[in-house]
Ligand binder design. Structure first.
Ligand SMILES: NC(=O)c1ccc[n+]([C@@H]2O[C@H](COP(=O)([O-])OP(=O)(O)OC[C@H]3O[C@@H](n4cnc5c(N)ncnc54)[C@H](O)[C@@H]3O)[C@@H](O)[C@H]2O)c1
Length: 320
């Protein structure tokens, strides 16, 4: 069955729901959009209509036209309508465990038995909102980075009772729309990406607190240094290529150095109080508070250009 005959539902059409709608519709699926707030679905579609031409200009619409993608969006005024014929629903409502519990109860009642129910939650464990649901075996987390149509990684996180087949089918569905699933075996706070980001931020705050480097110098270290490689390879591939005989050689050479450093990295520093003030004032020297919105738009444009570049490189890599 081609994606054109398949349907996905999006429940909650705010920032993330509308971005998922682009991702799934660009991937060829019919997408049923539902939101409980009046006007939210039409507002999301209006937003999508404005974004699509820029995505097309960057060759990021999978060969489709903005009109093709818009035609795949189905504006729904009930959850029943959005879920009718859907094999998968992406819940993207508020980040509140009580809201998620209630929405998952409702989704489980309305969805057909085979439908997968996935949450976009950033930080709530799937077990925290699906335990009470009769169909909990088909519930899990599919956590994107915003916006998923520009950043492919998505964390697929099962609860202890999620069927492995559901986890696998979610991974396949994500691949079918060009996402790159991180197939977690079990849940843990922060999943993978926020744990990695958290570890890096802890160290960044520690270095500023100790007066070792400024916020800008730390940003240079990532932006002009480590991040250059990290935009196309992860930490394990990085170290595999950073010793003549690969990763085992790297471990033999550098494990001692990292282990000594780790002794000074055990205790988190509090980010609040004086440290928060220092970080805030250093950042404001580089970017005035009233320019935050403008700079966010600049970031989104850079991200789009980076995605277009990454796609062209992937094509070149596969031709080699
Ligand atoms: N914003 C991000 O960067 C980001 C990134 C990854 C994941 N997430 C996660 O995605 C989810 C959505 O976040 P967001 O930033 O899009 O929030 P948002 O506030 O922009 O959108 C939430 C939408 O859900 C709707 N809603 C609330 N209750 C509902 C219900 N019972 N039924 C249907 N619709 C309902 C609201 O009307 C609103 O339109 C959250 O769980 C969040 O943690 C957000």
């Amino acid at each position: 069955m081609s994606n054109a005959d398949r349907k996905i539902a999006v429940a909650g059409c705010g920032l993330i729901g509308r971005a998922w709608a682009i991702t799934f519709a660009r991937g060829g699926y019919q997408v049923g959009l539902y939101d409980k707030a009046d006007g939210a679905v039409s507002g999301a579609c209006l937003y999508i209509e404005q974004v699509l031409p820029e995505l097309q200009a960057n060759n990021l619409l999978n060969g489709a036209s903005p009109g093709d993608v818009m035609d795949r969006l189905i504006e729904c005024d009930s959850l029943e309508h959005a879920l009718d014929g859907a094999e998968y629903v992406q819940e993207s409502t508020l980040e509140d465990v009580e809201v998620k519990k209630a929405v998952f109860t409702q989704l489980d009642e309305v969805a057909t038995p085979e439908t997968i129910i996935a949450s976009s939650t950033s930080a709530i464990l799937p077990s925290a909102f699906s335990e009470h649901v009769p169909g909990r075996h088909r519930c899990l987390v599919a956590h994107p980075i915003n916006p998923p149509y520009l950043v492919p990684a998505v964390e697929v996180v099962p609860a202890p009772w999620t069927d492995d087949d559901v986890r696998q089918r979610t991974g396949e569905l994500m691949r079918s729309v060009g996402q790159q699933p991180i197939m977690m075996e079990r849940e843990i706070d922060g999943f993978v990406m926020n744990r990695m980001q958290g570890a890096l931020l802890q160290e960044a705050f520690r270095l500023v607190a100790g007066g070792y480097a400024s916020t800008e110098d730390i940003d240079i270290g990532i932006r002009e240094g480590l991040g250059q490689r990290w935009s196309f390879m992860g930490p394990f591939e990085t170290i595999d290529l950073n010793a003549p005989a690969g990763v085992a050689d790297y471990i033999a050479r550098f494990e001692g150095m990292y282990s000594t450093m780790a002794q000074t990295q055990r205790d988190p520093v509090p980010w609040t109080g004086d440290l928060s003030g220092k970080v805030e004032s250093e950042r404001r020297e580089f970017l005035a508070a009233d320019k935050l919105g403008e700079r966010s738009k600049w970031r989104d444009k850079r991200l789009m250009a980076l995605r277009a570049h990454q796609n062209s490189q992937t094509k070149t890599d596969s031709e080699q």
